[in-house]
Design a protein around this ligand. Structure first.
Ligand code: ZN
Length: 427
């Protein structure tokens, strides 16, 4: 398989070690509803994992939940809820929405607030190497001490210090924080603020910074080198750039990631779909009117690297395609002799075209076109072999075509080991 690597800006062969492919995808900050941008990312990586497994590879897929952060604390306060209760409620809703789209759970679904021990281990290592410093109970990564910082950002077009600073400031950096040596230094551990939850640490009670979370979880669950690291393209800088700096310097192992695979943004009404802009199309707004297969077809009808805009016309056209597939897969087989059980040339071609499309930088629109052709042929010949092939190939894309849901049981609300609990509230 070949994938576009954001770090090298080239389409490169995926070269995992042995039969195992490790996949890490940045997950949500659970304080608001699941919109099509989340659904797109999750359906793309769920389909990627399904495809790699169908090819016989052993995929180990990890996704995190940023369940402690400024937005959660603010929203919980507005709603009068405990921060962890808000997180549990929102994650349950989010997973229910994804499950409705037949998205399987990652192998490890990891909550940030339960992994503070691994984060502290990494932070300690960065401090001991002179790459991080402590100020009043806060710990910062020093970008001036790291001459290798920023390669991913530069490759993706955020070139040079000024561009980094501008972008970081737009994305929640605090350049005027008086504890920082350089405005671009980023927080590894933040000291306790009044009324906030905190965990004990060697630098005083507090909570982790966002970037260290993903380094810690990727390293803990997948090892020092991850085959594919995914997420939205808006995470390239600063988040993923900081992940590389932390991970490679803490472990001394390069590369942290073999292929950086970023999903383009989903737009609506000419703007990026985002909570802050309020232009959201939610999964649960669509599901009363369209089948889960229709929504999945709509998401996969866009190549993961192309930004796209949600439109009702596009949704309807994709619903029609999903219906054509379902009709063909559900047709009554014509009566005939045993030769009908053999896969004919059209089946072979559908197999080859679908695999070729997905091998070529995961081109799901072309894979769907191959399925559509096979569906038309299946309706003509109505032979069991064609129907079975159509169902198998649709299943690789996570389409049910009227069959049972295969996303498995709904997960329990907390899937990982309970880490160190937060300190008791301050008086
Ligand atoms: Zn992340």
């Amino acid at each position: 398989m070949r994938l576009f690597n954001t770090l090298t800006q080239r389409i490169e062969p995926l070269e995992p070690t042995g039969n195992r492919v490790t996949l890490y995808v940045c997950g949500i900050t659970p304080y608001d509803t699941t919109h099509l941008g989340h659904a797109f990312i999750n359906v793309v990586y769920d389909t990627l994992a399904r495809y790699l497994r169908w090819r016989g590879l052993d995929v180990l897929y990890v996704q995190n939940v940023t369940d402690i952060d400024d937005d959660i604390l603010r929203k919980a306060k507005e709603l009068g809820l405990a921060w962890d209760e808000l997180g549990r409620q929102e994650v349950a809703r989010y997973l229910a929405d994804l499950r409705a789209l037949n998205v399987r759970m990652p192998d490890h679904y990891v909550w940030a607030s339960r992994e503070t021990a691994k984060m502290q281990e990494l932070i300690g290592s960065l401090i001991s190497k002179g790459l991080a410093y402590v100020r009043d109970g806060w710990v910062y990564y020093s970008i001036e001490r790291d001459p290798g910082f920023g390669v991913l950002a530069d490759a993706a077009g955020y070139v040079g210090y000024d561009a980094w600073l501008r972008t970081a400031n737009e994305r929640g950096n605090f350049p005027d924080d008086p504890r920082k040596r350089n405005p671009l230094d980023f927080v590894l551990w933040q000291g306790r603020q009044p009324g906030e939850p905190a965990w004990p640490s060697p630098w005083g009670p507090g909570r982790p910074g966002w970037h260290i979370e993903c380094s810690a979880m990727a390293l803990k669950y997948l090892g020092a080198t991850v085959d594919i690291h995914g997420g939205g393209a808006d995470l390239i800088f600063p988040h993923h750039t900081c992940e590389i700096a932390q991970s490679e310097n803490a472990t001394g192992v390069r590369p942290f990631v073999r292929v950086w695979m970023h999903c383009a943004m989903v737009e609506y009404a000419n703007e990026k779909m985002s909570k802050s802009l309020g232009n959201l199309v939610r999964v649960r707004d669509l599901l009363p009117d369209y089948s889960a297969d229709a929504v999945r077809v709509m998401l996969l009808s866009h190549h993961y690297r192309d930004a796209w805009e949600y439109t009702v016309e596009d949704m309807r056209a994709c619903a029609a395609l999903a219906e054509r597939l379902r009709t063909a897969a559900s047709c009554a087989p014509a009566r005939g002799d045993e030769s009908q059980w053999a896969r004919d040339a059209a089946c072979q071609q559908a197999y080859l075209e679908m695999a070729a499309a997905l091998e070529d930088d995961f081109h799901t629109p072309r894979a769907l076109a191959a399925l559509d052709q096979l569906a038309a042929h299946t309706l003509e010949v109505r032979a069991p072999a064609q129907i079975a092939t159509l169902r198998e190939l649709a299943g690789v894309l996570g389409l049910r075509l009227g069959a049972e849901d295969d996303a498995g049981e709904a997960p329990p609300p907390l899937l990982c080991a309970v880490g160190e609990p937060p300190l008791p509230p301050e008086e």
